[in-house]
Design a protein around this ligand. Sequence first.
Ligand SMILES: [Fe+2]
Ligand SMILES: [Fe+2]
Length: 385
Amino acid sequence: MTPLPGPIDSDGISVAEAGSEAPPVGQALNHRLRQLHQQLMELTPDVDRMAVALYDPEVDLLKTFVSSTRTGEAISGYEFHLSKSQSLSHLAKSRSVRVLDNIPAAVEANTKHSAWLLKEGYRSSLTIPLFDKGSFIGLLFFDSLKRAAFTESVQRKLSLIASMINMLISSELNLVYSIRASVQVAREFANLRDFETGAHLQRMAHYARLIARELQQSHGLSDEYIEHLYLFAPLHDIGKIGIPDRILLKPGPLDPEEHKLMETHVQKGLEIVEKMVGEFGLEDLPDSAVMKNVVAGHHEKLDGSGYPKGLRGEAIPLEARIIAVADVFDALSSHRHYKQAWSMDAALTELDRMVAAGQFDADCVAAVRRRRDAVEAIRDRFQDG
Ligand SMILES: [Fe+2]
Ligand SMILES: [Fe+2]
């Protein structure tokens, strides 16, 4: 068996802390999972941990997403190629569940995760594949500190909660995907493809995710937050739908008047996002605040020289600071109709200059520098076609 390895963080809020008050940004689904866990423990007291990992078929990655642990530390910020684990790939293909009655006997402490499992004292586990409309979307893990806790009768009790969690996860993903799909349609109508390519959106979303991953430990970010940031990143310029073509597609530089008009794309974008949130009934979509902040804050600058609000420093939400760096970095390092692509060195130097000028978040830019290899891989992978 190959478990999900990964580093340990301090995200393991114990179940007892999960009350009914509004969850913090980036934690809504975690919060619901903890509530379910609490109910579950009355039924089957031996389930000490529940966790969901999401599967991204495009890159064959299984990524930690949400979890609830009764005691000890949670695990997050980990991703790994599903195809590298025979036993987990088998679960996805065969749609069967896996029971491990004796983890220490089945697992060697040869990965960070198996070492973690053993250190936390987990002795048995039940792993269930999750599906949405027939497609594999992830894995649900139940773990117990007791050996052989997942008897037939416990499995029967867990089957209901497993299908509830499956529904919870797939309905949330579907909401996010519906929003993205409707934005896609709107973009097609609005000729935006001439202006900003799909490859730009893919690259900047991946850059944003990479930066957030780098900041995960130092800024205490949840996997859920990072996943949502990645999914919402391509919406940042949705307001350009409302900008007239003569400005949007103007080959030369904009005059001050035109610039003012162009800047209204932020407010227009926010209106679109708020309308979608209303129309899709997403008021309580986990992280709709992240979506709004991405759109509303991506042109703000730390020194207050940005727009539309001229917010300063920490008043600009982290997700907006990340998107700003990811977006500008891609604009610099890729070809646009008005400029050639800058070299990686030149683009990084420009980001440093903007940090020194007090405009960009130094941690975000340092993250891009630190992960230069991964950044180059993203750039090369999603080319304008
Ligand atoms: Fe923008
Ligand atoms: Fe952009």
